[in-house]
Design a protein around this ligand. Structure first.
Ligand code: GAL
Length: 606
């Protein structure tokens, strides 16, 4: 069976609605619902008072109707009493603002009081429901991703650095601290990368993301280890996007089943975006089945804030796309919309059951697809982080969008792999714009080609090592070329990033004010949708899809001026510049694509 269902928040409705819900669920083929994600204030109304009666009733009702439960720990949204008792456990932004209760995800994972309260509620849930017959899966927390810069984080970051590097001298070396007089005398001098006068050190920022990812992982592992003894798989739902400081490739090793949430940001191309996420999730899962924990029912909430309905039939096409990528569950956010609250207008399943129920009934009779591919695409979230460094040759490289374009050009089936995955057995490996390449990966790519593989590298590959230190010419020998110069941004068309104007021609946006965008404008510091997609100030709603524009034009966002050495030029630009080269290396072949080609299809095949 491929499971079908979604987030179910019965605490937002009176019990008579629960009975209507389960009757509807049965007729719609719902087999799994995620319960309790944001229920902490109902489960533990005061520090020393718990109330499980309502959840007992809900779980029994679901079980009585043959519906399985994915039971969440509610730690993504601590209740108001917690905030009041422990104001020091609230997160602090890089600007030094301590956030207060009022939304969700407002906590510091390094605050001992928050860690303790999280483990306590997880223990209570485990003891009460660990043996419940409806229980199929534990869902720890929700979409880890809150970054904090507080005084709990500062010493934890120093401990992380000390554990990672051993001595401060090595931190100085890998962070290149002689630039701008940043050399540290001891770990105690190091701070989180809080707001500072001008640009931050990119290696410092990168390590802070790694540290934040590890700190959240520690929080997850504490709960996982509380829940695991009950013999039911434990997971957490991964959220994708440029703002997320989570290294999912590393986390994937710690979950019993990989679960992802997917929210494409435009209707145009949403199926291609979903196909990429499906292949990515399967890559994190090491080829095993994975779960689609959330997506929006028959709609897309665009980057500009407009919720657009999918054309008829495309909700099914969306579900089939995930299934074709190996999903073992297709779930939605959410079963029934709340009457109030911040997401009261978010689409829900209940009003759309005539369209969605046939999907559920069909999935109930099927088993997860086993995807076999001989072609792989490398996608590295840490390279995505590196592409967000300040003061790059251009701010307009959208790593995820470029990788997705290559993925689409390759056509199915493709395995999307993290950088540590084995490459043996693949006839073609494509690594677009892989900014950050550690020495070990350089070595593995060379062995892969020497042993007969075909590797496609592009502009922007191997620019730095894992500490953001530049590595000029790192792939020259492998590609049989010399990269003489990077020429990014000579595209003269339009670009928008972080609310700042790009080379926008007619379609500019500056300082939060709308540009001359014709019908489509900008609001509140958000860039407009200027043709093929907008950007939104690195805000959490930028989920890594459909972000910065790809500018039309021969070279896109980047051109490498290259001198072919032993390589053969297989494509020239209209100006006669070498654009694509091929080079024999050992028993294999390396293709280098020197520009951000609008359509890389001919070069994405072996
Ligand atoms: C997810 C989140 C859900 C809900 C949904 C709305 O990221 O896990 O709780 O907020 O987005 O699209």
């Amino acid at each position: 069976m491929i499971r079908f269902g979604g987030d179910y928040n019965p605490e937002q409705w009176p019990p008579h609605v629960w009975r209507e819900d389960v009757a509807l669920m049965r007729s719609a083929g719902i087999s799994l619902v995620t319960v309790g994600v944001f229920s902490w204030s109902r489960l533990q109304p005061a520090e020393d008072r718990f109330d499980f009666a309502w959840l007992d009733e809900v779980l029994d009702l679901l079980h009585g109707n043959g519906i399985g439960v994915c039971l969440a720990t509610p730690t993504a949204s601590p209740p108001p009493w917690f905030t009041r008792a422990h104001p020091g456990a609230m997160p602090v932004t890089a600007d030094g603002v301590r956030l207060t209760h009022g939304s969700r995800d407002t906590y510091c994972v390094n605050a001992p009081e928050y860690q303790e309260a999280s483990n306590r509620i997880a223990n209570e849930l485990a003891a009460r429901y660990g043996q419940h017959p409806a229980l199929r899966l534990w869902h720890v927390h929700n979409e880890y991703g809150t970054t904090c810069y507080c005084d709990h984080c500062a010493p934890a970051f120093r401990r992380w650095l000390s554990h990672t590097y051993g001595e401060i001298g090595l931190v100085n070396e890998v962070w290149c601290t002689d630039f701008w007089s940043q050399r540290y005398g001891c770990f105690d001098e190091v701070l989180p990368p809080r707001a500072t006068q001008y640009l931050s050190n990119p290696a410092h920022v990168l390590d802070y993301r790694r540290f934040s990812s590890d700190a959240m992982l520690t929080h997850y592992l504490a709960q996982r280890d509380i829940l695991r003894p009950y013999g039911v798989p434990v997971t957490t739902n991964f959220v994708l996007g440029g703002w997320v400081p989570v290294d999912h490739a590393r986390w994937a090793r710690e979950v019993d089943v990989v679960a992802v949430d997917d929210y494409p940001e435009s209707v145009e191309g949403h199926l291609a975006a979903r196909a990429f996420v499906a292949d990515l999730a399967r890559g994190w899962a090491g080829g095993q089945p994975w779960m689609l924990m959330e997506h929006a029912p028959a709609a897309v909430r665009q980057a500009d804030g407009v919720t657009r309905a999918l054309p008829a039939g495309e909700a099914r096409a969306a579900a089939e796309t995930y299934v074709a990528g190996g999903a073992s569950a297709v779930m939605y956010f959410q079963w029934r919309a709340g009457r109030g609250g911040a997401e009261q207008w978010h689409p829900a399943m209940v009003p759309l059951l005539s369209e969605l129920a046939p999907i559920g009934r069909s999935l109930a009779t099927r088993t997860p697809v086993r995807v076999e591919s001989t072609r792989a695409l490398i996608y590295d979230e840490q390279s995505m982080w590196a592409w967000q460094s300040p003061h790059l040759p251009t701010p307009f490289v959208d790593y995820t969008a470029i990788t997705r374009r290559w993925h689409h050009a390759m056509g199915p089936p493709v395995d999307v792999l993290p950088i540590g995955a084995p490459l043996e057995g693949y006839s073609l490996v494509v690594a677009p714009a892989l900014h950050m390449v550690p020495a070990a990966l350089h070595k593995r790519l060379r062995s892969y080609v020497a042993d007969g593989g075909t590797l496609v590298l592009t502009f922007g590959s191997g620019l730095t090592d894992e500490h953001s230190r530049t590595t000029p010419g790192a792939f020259d020998d492998l590609c049989g070329i010399r990269v003489a110069r990077h020429r990014p941004g000579e595209c003269g068309v339009r670009g928008v990033r972080d609310g700042r104007s790009g080379e926008c021609g007619v379609c500019g946006v500056r300082d939060g004010r709308s540009g001359e965008c014709g019908v489509r404008g900008v609001r509140d510091d958000r860039s407009g949708e200027c043709g093929v997609g907008g950007v939104r100030d690195d805000h959490p709603s930028e989920r890594g899809v459909g972000a910065k524009q790809h500018r039309p034009g021969e070279y896109g966002v980047w051109l490498d001026e290259i001198d072919p050495q032993d390589a053969t030029v297989v494509l020239h630009s209209s100006e006669g510049r070498p654009l694509v080269t091929e080079h024999r290396y050992g028993r294999g072949l390396v293709r280098y694509v020197a520009a951000d080609l609008p359509d890389p299809t001919p070069w994405a095949r072996s």
